[in-house]
Write a protein that binds this ligand. Structure first.
Ligand code: EPU
Length: 336
């Protein structure tokens, strides 16, 4: 086992926060992980590092999951079943699916991170959530070293949520994710306004998987910062769910407040809109800032510390609450 000392985690988290791990190991096979779990139980896991804000040096062992590999389990008349190891890059996997004409994940193009973490927050974009295609998640139980399999239902998926953020949190290392994708008669999801517009602008009336993926990539590139250029973790806040009574009261003062239906009594409102209204869009405090084109995304212009980003988030939460009476919940995992 090659455990390294005092390693900077800057290149392992998309926010580009420069904290150090006292001990660090990169794991590239299932076998290595099993061996590690025989002696180490207390560690911090990092995979794509795309949904975390590191605010301090880590004294525990940091385990970087880098297990690669994809296998085709079964091909049926209209579908294919695949198992993908946790360390595969998400977007590269999506583009491979498109090249193979496997449908289902095209709307989730260009989401940063690795395959192994996609079920944790049930990544979603442009009308699709990854739970719609996941059949199984496999994980090693840290305490026992046993391989445990979670069916789609057992993952308890919700909006940016799953069992891995709740009762299973900290107990497992996710090792692979299995998907069922279509091989023909694809169920295309183009109803999201921005996709419709992008396709119409290009005069595409019968879109292919690649057309949709390309449209999503164009939309994301126009609104969201590329972590390779500006450090960020995508949506920093969840879109809050509020009561219809509060929504009606707010509408009187803010007639343009957008909303998405949730239930008879509740609606979801976009956090990005709220943050823009309080004047934080594009604001910069040193190297910590709010993205100029999407107020839902906090950014690191270079040398911001995790604490500086966190303090900015708290300022935003406080102002949104005093202005609208809405509590903004942080979506990113803050490590403090
Ligand atoms: N808006 C503003 N100002 C802003 C940003 C947004 O007024 O600065 C308004 C927009 O005009 C629109 C509404 O807010 O009316 C919603 O914005 P958008 O369609 O851009 O989507 P979102 O709700 O901000 C969610 C996901 C994204 C996902 C998009 C597209 C959450 C927390 N975020 O964003 O996910 O890509 O929908 O489906 O649900 C991510 O999780 O990292 C992520 C980027």
């Amino acid at each position: 086992m090659n455990i390294q000392k005092n390693i900077s985690l800057k290149k392992y988290n998309t926010f580009g926060i420069d904290v150090k791990a006292k001990r660090f190991i990169s794991i590239s096979s299932f076998y290595e992980l099993q061996q590690l779990l025989k002696t180490e139980k207390d560690f911090f896991l990092i995979s794509g590092g795309s949904n975390m804000l590191l605010t301090k040096d880590l004294d525990t062992l940091v385990v970087h999951i880098d297990i690669k590999g994809t296998s085709i389990d079964r091909i049926e008349e209209h579908s294919v079943s695949l198992t993908v190891n946790a360390g595969e890059d998400w977007h590269e996997f999506v583009r491979w699916c498109i090249a193979e004409n496997y449908g289902g994940l095209e709307n989730l193009s260009l989401i940063p991170g690795n395959v192994g973490t996609c079920p944790i927050q049930n990544i979603g974009a442009y009308g699709v959530e990854v739970k719609d295609c996941i059949t199984k998640v496999e994980a090693l139980e840290i305490e026992t070293g046993k391989l445990v399999s979670f069916s789609n239902q057992e993952c308890q998926f919700g909006y940016r949520n799953s069992i891995f953020k709740n009762e299973a949190k900290g107990k497992f290392v996710l090792t692979s994710v299995s998907f069922q994708l279509t091989t023909n008669k694809h169920q295309l999801n183009t109803s999201y306004g921005a996709i419709e517009k992008e396709l119409a602008d290009q005069n595409i009336t019968k879109p292919t998987l690649k057309n949709i993926s390309d449209a999503v990539i164009a939309i994301r590139k126009s609104k969201l910062p590329d972590p390779k250029e500006i450090g960020n973790s995508g949506s920093f806040f969840k879109n809050p769910v509020i009561s219809k009574a509060l929504f009606a009261a707010l509408l009187k003062e803010h007639p343009n407040l957008p909303s998405y239906p949730v239930s008879d009594t509740q609606v979801k409102v976009p956090a990005g809109w709220l943050v823009e209204q309080i004047g934080f869009k594009g604001k910069r405090f040193g190297d910590a800032g709010v993205h100029t084109k999407q107020a839902l995304v906090l950014v690191n212009y270079g040398n911001a510390t995790g604490l500086e980003i966190y303090q900015l988030a708290k300022k935003i939460q406080k102002t949104v609450f005093s202005t609208f009476g809405i509590s903004l919940e942080i979506e990113v995992n803050v490590i403090s």
